[in-house]
Design a protein. Structure first.
Length: 412
DNA sequence: GCGACAG
DNA sequence: ATCTTGTCGC
């Protein structure tokens, strides 16, 4: 896939809005733009330096969505069934407090019988130049997802999943092309949209929504179709957690599942349920839950040092999360303690000779990392290394020198 | 008056 | 995305 598409969407600190200038502009009529979005209705964003989105820009994005919609495959691939689902990806973005910065995460889980096991994780730093706009989530999220996809293919192509769960919706969208569909169609992936909130728009308005919300779904696996005024089925509301009559709202929570691409409604729902079947667990399907947890862990670590660190230092945390497993983080932390490094000292100031460890530990862990981040402060590195990811303790990462000094996973 | 919209 | 409260469980 070409990088220009990715760059043009505004990732990597860019905010160029002029893209897809020549994309097909067909006079389709699924849904026109919402009348109340006419002018600057972007005030709800919490970001500080956000560029307002022009009306003409929204029109272009709508045209793009309608164009992609015509290529959406809302049935399973012929010859493919849910039994063929071995690895499944999860995509999610976690946000920093009130800034434009965020962390996008891709995890891959593999079925081991009924259980899902984490086999891959990767995160990228995102500078959200554009404000959140309902109906146009793809603008903010897809560039980061594409970066993650590209890195997965570069560093672990054998772990590419059979399908992806995307935090957001797919067909369940005013132009029937939410971010899950968008990603799936552009990259020919099997995708499913998983939303935690009901989306309302012209054909599926609050009245239809209320009808769905009224439905009680007493048992795990129960579902009710999301049918618009037109009769079109957008997806399903699904009860994905076990029955427990405690919190009036908590365990009753449901997911709004819709086809992203290359799935039928039924299979999409079944795949999500298959990823939720953990006994007594969360109502969030495992791949998305793990991606979410990872993003939160990274933001948590950053929060401890962000007041005194340059934004560039976020990359240290990303690298620690992406490149080091639990064991390696503990080892590095032990080394920092052992040499009694001052908090304000730079990593480059630690001489390898002062470290009493196996040579292999120095060669394959300390030295490569030191070379990667010579000017990180001991204080900052400690904060990154102390990151707790209990859900990933069993996930092993290759040694740094086998990862081309991290290049493959950093997309450099 | 206040509704109302994936993340 | 985020704030909240109450709740259950360890």
């Amino acid at each position: 896939m070409d990088m220009s598409y990715l760059l043009s969407l505004g990732i990597l600190g860019h905010r160029s809005l002029l893209w897809y200038a020549g994309q097909g502009t067909r006079a389709a009529a699924i849904h026109p733009i919402h009348p109340h979005m006419e002018q600057g209705d972007n005030r709800k964003t919490s970001a500080d330096s956000v560029v307002p989105i022009q009306q003409s820009q929204l029109k272009e994005w709508e045209d793009l969505q309608m164009n992609l919609r015509s290529q959406l495959q809302e049935h399973d691939d012929v010859g493919w069934a849910i039994d063929g689902l071995s690895k499944i990806g999860g995509l999610d973005i976690g946000f920093e407090d009130g800034t434009n910065r965020a962390t996008a995460v891709l995890v891959v889980c593999e079925f081991q019988g009924r259980q899902l096991k984490l086999v891959y994780e990767d995160s990228v730093d995102v500078d959200m130049a554009l404000p959140y706009t309902s109906g146009f989530l793809f603008v903010r999220e897809i560039p980061a997802y594409e970066m993650l996809l590209q890195r997965l293919r570069g560093s672990a192509p054998h772990l590419e999943p059979d399908a992806y769960l995307v935090d957001g919706s797919g067909l369940f969208h005013p132009r029937q092309c939410g971010s899950a569909s968008h990603l799936g169609i552009v990259h020919n992936l099997r995708t499913i949209g998983v939303a935690k909130k009901l989306l309302c728009f012209e054909d599926f308005d609050s009245e239809q929504g209320q009808r769905v919300e009224e439905q009680v779904l007493p048992n795990l696996g129960d579902s009710v179709p999301l049918v618009g005024r037109s009769g079109f089925t957008y997806g399903f509301a699904v009860r994905t957690s076990a029955a427990r009559a405690k919190g009036p709202q908590d365990s009753m929570r449901r997911l709004y599942v819709s086809v992203g691409h290359r799935f039928s409604h039924t299979t999409a729902r079944n795949v999500v349920l298959k990823c939720c079947n953990m006994d007594g667990g969360s109502y969030i399907p495992e791949p998305i839950r793990l991606a979410d947890l990872t993003g939160r862990a990274i933001e948590r670590a950053w929060k401890q040092i962000h007041t005194t660190s340059r934004p560039k230092t976020r990359q240290v945390i990303m690298d620690v999360s992406n490149l080091l497993d639990d064991k390696q983080r503990k080892t590095l932390l032990g080394i920092l303690d052992e040499v009694g490094a001052e908090s304000c000292a730079l990593l480059s100031s630690i001489s390898p000779e002062s470290i009493k460890r196996k040579q292999a530990t120095k060669d394959e862990l300390f030295l490569p990392f030191q070379e990667m981040h010579p000017d990180v402060t001991v204080l900052e590195l400690r904060a990154a290394l102390r990151m707790e990811k209990p859900w990933a303790v069993d996930l092993r990462k290759a040694s740094l020198c086998h990862q081309q000094a991290g290049r493959a996973m950093r997309g450099l």
